[in-house]
Write a protein that binds this ligand. Structure first.
Ligand code: UD1
Length: 353
């Protein structure tokens, strides 16, 4: 029997790509999602890509009774990958309590159930946002938490602290993956990032502008201390990120963790500016789109990119896909959305904007 892995938020952007990678690596994902920032049609598309049905339950992690019942109905859960969380930086400033409920209370609920049901571990979605603006680059896992500029960032720091404490007992193990900037889409073009409303992240805004859905991209600041003045990030292909989850899960399930709580940076190790990203998108896809330079976005940091030595030495994982691959798949996904390409006659692909 394939090991059953609970994937919370498994129909979301990173969760859905990881479900594919799990299935291809011999695991059976048990997907739960409250559909607050995803849609049921993603399940059909996952099944098309994998050529098999998936187990799915529509459950909110804050619904304690439903969660308790889930663990009763699936007593064989071997591992947990916890994606379900809110992730919009701006929204977290407007609605901090929502973020503490969804990202902190829900985590505690889940941990209590994991403990009660003797599941041995969890893979946790953390973020490079925990570093704030690091003093040294590339940033290593040994560097301390910085000033997280939003409640969202604080929930990731608090989540890591909770998990560190929870894994100080002898049985529970956790691996926290600190994602840098995940972009791109599955090579099939059937799943990708589909934010609610107006995107706040760079790549969905670029693809929607290139598709004519947005008037122009605003580039936030060109007076940073970088080669072209625009901010630097470490962009990572979402399928490489998905593979990192499977590598971490395998390490955990095989009992290979050196200590009960481990942390890894998951990036490419290379930084690109906003203008370099735009150039790559236009070149790879043979399309240009309007943009203008505007003021810096409050709370943005100047530059960050990962030291990925630990992930490569310990997880034997490294990012394989290039920035061009990221730009190509992001645009392919957007075009498929626009064309309404769908795997089912009843489930529109482009349903949320
Ligand atoms: C933010 C969060 C990160 C979170 C991620 C996903 C921080 C510091 N970072 O990353 O933790 O995981 O969102 O939600 O909290 N940009 C533009 N124009 C736009 C949009 C973005 O120029 O319309 C620029 C930004 O200024 C930045 C870069 O593009 O320099 C990337 O921005 P974005 O995609 O929003 O990601 P981060 O802010 O790096």
């Amino acid at each position: 029997m394939k090991p059953l892995i609970l994937v919370t938020g498994g129909l979301g952007y990173i969760g859905s790509h990881t479900v594919i990678e799990l299935a291809q690596s011999g695991y059976e994902p048990l997907i739960i999602d409250n559909l607050s920032n995803s849609s049921y049609s993603v399940l059909h598309r996952l099944e098309t890509i994998a050529g098999k049905p998936f187990i799915f339950e529509k459950i909110d992690l804050n619904d304690q009774a439903a969660m308790k019942n889930l663990f009763v109905r699936y007593p064989d859960i071997r591992g947990v990958i916890h994606f379900a969380a809110s992730k919009a930086v701006g929204e977290s400033i407007e609605k901090p309590l929502l973020y503490y409920r969804n990202n902190v209370s829900a985590l505690v609920n889940l941990l209590e159930l994991i403990e009660a049901n003797e599941v041995s571990g969890m893979i946790f979605s953390s973020s490079c946002t925990v570093y704030g603006q690091p003093d040294e680059l590339p940033v290593t896992e040994r560097m301390p938490f910085g000033n997280a500029s939003s409640p969202y960032g604080k929930t990731k720091q608090i989540g890591e602290q909770i998990l560190r404490d929870a894994s100080s007992d002898k049985t529970f193990r956790c691996i926290a993956l600190r994602y840098f900037n995940p972009i791109g889409a599955h090579e099939s073009g059937l799943i990708g990032e589909l934010p609610n409303g107006i995107p706040s992240n760079l790549v969905p805004f670029i693809t929607q502008t290139a598709a004519g859905l947005r008037e122009k991209l605003r580039v936030f600041g060109n007076d940073y201390n970088t080669p072209d003045g625009t901010a630097i990030r470490d962009y990572i292909h979402v399928m490489d990120l998905a593979a990192a989850h499977v590598a971490a899960l395998s390490r955990q399930l095989l009992g290979k963790q050196a200590v009960n709580y481990e942390v890894f940076n998951i990036g490419t190790g290379q930084g690109f500016t906003v203008l370099q990203l735009i150039e790559a998108f236009e070149r790879v896809n043979g399309i240009s789109f309007p943009y203008e330079i505007v003021d810096r976005r409050p709370g943005d940091i100047e530059k960050i990119f990962a030291d990925t030595t630990l992930a490569s030495d310990v997880l034997q994982w490294r990012a394989k896909r290039s920035l061009d691959d990221m730009m190509h798949t992001a645009w392919q996904w957007q075009q498929n959305l626009m064309a309404g390409k769908t795997t089912s006659t009843t489930q529109p692909l482009y349903e949320k904007i």
